[in-house]
Design a protein around this ligand. Structure first.
Ligand SMILES: [Fe+2]
Length: 262
């Protein structure tokens, strides 16, 4: 993976609210070009609100709240889950939402000391769209049941959609979860072994997940979000993952952003 540690928009230093007010389009353009951006100098809630406003508006997450604290908590040591310190493999956020959040934002308060805790991003929509045409056709036509709940136990009713779903405006939305396709669960136990017939798309889905994982391993951007910085990415195009980490102080806040009408 390629290592990234800094910002890409030129939006450094304090006064981010002022900068975004003056040039709202710069951050959005950066995401349109590369799939993501890192905005530094996000010191307080007002700064954070202006970052979100540049992209759309925050929408409720699994537990119904607009802000979700990503921080290790006891009880999740054995799962590939946001509130553990374990690796989380490639996925798009909230595939059970209709539509899934347009963008995701992670605001870093305390980064892990030592190795790990990087957020990894790759354009999986482009990758799967360039696979063999007959395979792409299957990704566009075969519905998968995407659950609307995760380990937190709350959420939505879920949705039925293909991995590549056409939108009314002629675009296409990627939904992907390595964990769902290989274990039938968004946040599976680390030692789980699931027979093919219990997977949402059997051996085909599992093999696809392994291919995407291999692509991801080779080409994802590996981003250590600086403290007081926000990483924003296009969640309908990029898949994200997290490397494992040892420092239990790591703390970020996650936001789901809709670019649509309120
Ligand atoms: Fe996620």
């Amino acid at each position: 993976m390629r290592e990234q540690s800094g910002m890409t928009t030129g939006m450094t230093h304090t006064g981010i609210t002022e900068r975004l007010r003056n040039d709202r389009g710069a951050a959005v353009d950066e995401v349109r070009k590369t799939g993501f951006t890192v905005i530094e100098g996000v010191e307080d809630q007002e700064d954070l609100d202006s970052v979100i406003a540049a992209f759309g508006h925050a929408i409720p997450q699994y537990d119904g709240s607009l802000a979700y604290e990503v921080r290790a908590e006891p009880g999740f040591e054995g799962r590939a889950y946001s509130k553990s310190q374990n690796e989380i493999r490639a996925h798009t956020e909230a595939p059970g939402w209709q539509p899934p959040p347009s963008y995701l934002a992670l605001w870093c308060h305390t980064q892990a000391r030592g190795a790990g805790g990087e957020t990894c991003l790759a354009d999986v929509k482009r990758y799967v769209t360039n696979l063999d045409p007959s395979l792409v056709e299957r990704l566009r036509s075969r519905d998968i049941q995407w659950s609307g709940t995760n380990t937190s136990g709350t959420g939505s009713a879920g949705t039925l959609a293909p991995i590549l779903a056409r939108t009314e405006s002629g675009g296409e939305i990627l939904r992907f979860s390595y964990n769902l396709l290989t274990s039938g669960d968004y946040d599976p136990p680390l030692d789980g072994e699931v027979p093919e017939e219990r997977l949402p798309w059997g051996r085909f889905g599992r093999d696809l997940a392994h291919r995407v994982h291999e692509y991801f391993r080779q080409s994802a951007e590996k981003i250590r979000i600086p403290e007081n910085a926000v990483l924003v990415w296009d969640n309908q195009r990029m898949a994200h993952a997290r490397t494992p980490y040892a420092d239990g102080r790591r703390h970020l806040t996650r936001y789901w952003i809709s670019a649509g009408e309120r």
